[in-house]
Design a protein around this ligand. Structure first.
Ligand code: NAD
Length: 276
């Protein structure tokens, strides 16, 4: 029996709602779940990106549809839920992947912490933290009714120890770890032990949201920060989306059925290395 057919790791026939799946990492996760027979709902506010991911999955023989919604707008999330319920009548997996940082919320030679604009800080805090809580309220209500479901939040390694420059993003991801534990306890105690909530904390993956910090915009060479990161990663490289898939499948399948309220680092050893 291949691992894909093993019932312990099966996601076949599961309805997976995935916010931010128009992007690099969650789009990769969407393809992996679809490849394993899940019905994937690509929720993103970027229409073209969401449609591209869903079309790509269908072209490979998977089941996917794009649903446009903003994770900070409950009305649009409610509309997305209506679409999902009409198509499938249930929600088995929710992945809260929409998130990211903004240049204006990062310190730099041009921008001191003291001058950081409040709207940029609020944007990053809201997107990552409330953008995880609001979809959980909307889609999690169905899981509470079903007494069954798996929620996977996307944290970051900067949630355990903050990284320099990115104050709002680090604080918001730390809050996601706290919310992951809170929800795990609340949903198990008040609704059903069949509802689990965990998080993945990816280390450094080179994507659109952090490229400006990792590579020189003109030459494409690693910045001093990019070099420092690779130098501090025992595995000596940035992560690629495939590095997340084993942890993803474990956390959304019955293989982790007694696991709830944890945050799993996937960081090539970055957090284990003292630097010496
Ligand atoms: P990405 O920018 O490629 O994808 C993010 C997606 O979220 C985009 O498609 C965007 O349109 C969507 N989005 C943004 N705001 C939204 C909103 N309000 N409503 C709905 N959709 C919205 O980013 P990525 O690198 O794939 O990151 C995915 C997740 O992983 C994020 O939560 C990010 O913080 C986290 N993460 C990334 C890294 C990394 O190194 N790239 C490391 C740790 C954690």
């Amino acid at each position: 029996m291949s691992s894909e057919q093993d019932p312990l790791f099966s996601v076949e026939g599961q309805v997976a709602v995935m916010t931010g799946a128009g992007g690099v990492l969650i789009g990769g996760m969407a393809r992996e779940l679809a490849r394993r027979g899940a019905h994937v709902v690509v929720v993103d506010r970027a229409v073209d990106q969401a449609q591209k991911v869903a079309e790509g999955i269908r072209a490979e023989g998977g089941m996917a549809e794009a649903v446009i919604a903003d994770v900070l707008d409950r009305k649009s999330l409610g509309d997305a839920l209506s679409c999902v319920m009409e198509s499938y009548g249930r929600v088995d997996i929710l992945i809260n992947g929409a998130g990211g940082n903004r240049k204006e919320a990062s310190t730099s030679p041009e921008l001191s912490f003291f001058d950081m604009p409040s709207d940029a800080l609020k944007f990053v805090m809201d997107l990552n933290l409330l953008g995880t809580i609001f979809p959980t309220q909307i889609f999690g209500r169905i899981m509470a009714r079903q007494k069954q479901g798996v929620i996977l939040n996307i944290s970051s390694m900067n949630s355990f120890r903050p990284l320099t420059k990115i104050i709002g993003y680090s604080a918001a991801k730390a809050a996601i770890n706290n919310v992951t534990q809170w929800l795990a306890v609340h949903l198990a105690q008040n609704y059903s032990p069949g509802i689990r909530v965990n998080a993945i904390a990816p280390g450094f993956f080179e994507t659109a949201q952090n490229k400006f910090l990792l590579r020189d915009e003109k030459t494409g060479e690693l910045t001093a920060r990019g070099q420092q990161i690779v130098g501090h990663t025992p595995m000596g490289r940035f992560g690629v989306p495939e590095d997340l898939m084993g942890t993803l499948i474990w956390l959304v399948s019955p293989a982790s059925k007694f696991v709830t309220g944890i945050v799993v680092p996937v960081d090539g050893g970055f957090s284990a290395f003292s630097g010496v």
